[in-house]
Design a protein around this ligand. Sequence first.
Ligand code: NAD
Ligand code: DAU
Length: 339
Amino acid sequence: MTILVTGGAGFIGSNFIFHMMEKYPDDRIVCLDKLTYAGNLSTLASVMDRANFRFVRGDICDRETVNRLFEEEHPEIVVNFAAESHVDRSIEDPGIFLETNIMGTAVLMDACRKYGVRRFHQVSTDEVYGDLPLDRPDLLFTEQTPLHTSSPYSSSKAGADLLVMAYWRTYGLPCTISRCSNNYGPYQFPEKLIPLMIANALNDKPLPVYGEGKNVRDWLYVEDHCKAIDLIIHQGRVGEVYNIGGHNEMANIDIVRLICRELGKPESLITYVGDRKGHDLRYAIDPAKIHGELGWLPETRFADGIRKTIRWYLENRPWWEEIISGEYRNYYEKMYGNR
Ligand code: NAD
Ligand code: DAU
């Protein structure tokens, strides 16, 4: 079987490729990735030369490239990770988010209709549900929670989700959608909370916490997300949405304090900075459906996952040091310079 993975040079897509190649050595994986600032070919070095792996640099919005790839490879399953994924960047410049996240998804699904696939899977996010209040721990996002987005990023992901459901209903394209909570683990780009704080702490730089640091996210180790997607594409019901999350809510400030402790760095590095515009207060997933239907449960406890992640960043300094010494410096200055 041939599986097309888009966005596989990014954080979750690369971890998914490693998981799939390990578990299904007879499958062929084709990765289509534009290699934006967030894509990194060195991440895929360990699989690049395998006979059952092919990397193609290309844009999911480019219909000609996408159609040619389908003609060459005839993928049976398409898993769409490709996206602009960072909320702060979407607040600065929404256009590319609409282009890649909505139009790119449409181009991929048009190709799926034209050439035929067994499954198109859209990797979506819990952010499409908006946020929950901090003082109502009883409230969780279910698959029935209405879409109610806050940022250009989450709006573009919600737009794509609506389009996916429309292609299922209108054309009968066999689609599934997963909506996962915040991931952490190896190969996450250091613009995101956990790797940014690890990198800054290791360099004794200020740790910029937005607002009062009370916002809550529901953290899941990336491998557990990949295993859930594997289950959905093989056993999930078409036309269905599956929430993915492991009941692991934490306030941002507690994560940053924990990173300081683990690295033996002083909490005096913590610096409160201006809040994110439209900052979502709290995310919390109810994973009852994927647990009940597919038997999925998270396997990595946060205490273990965060240690593994910190160790990975310590042992793979060249990977992230190369990133933060390049164009990232301009990004950092723009986002944090006068915050
Ligand atoms: P990422 O930013 O690390 O990687 C995105 C990848 O997509 C990069 O390799 C980039 O080069 C590629 N890409 C971007 N635009 C492209 C285009 N037009 N054509 C082809 N490739 C393109 O993102 P991530 O954190 O790995 O997220 C992957 C997916 O999972 C996204 O769809 C995101 O919305 C979703 N998601 C992420 C999280 C999270 O916590 N990171 C949680 C839930 C859902
Ligand atoms: O919930 C799933 C989503 O999680 C994914 O869809 C997104 O692609 C992914 O980026 C992530 O979005 P968040 O906005 O939650 O992640 P981020 O790492 O950017 O921020 C996590 C929290 O930390 C958020 O409340 C903002 C805060 N933060 C972030 C950064 C980068 C800080 O306080 N300081 C920072 O420097």
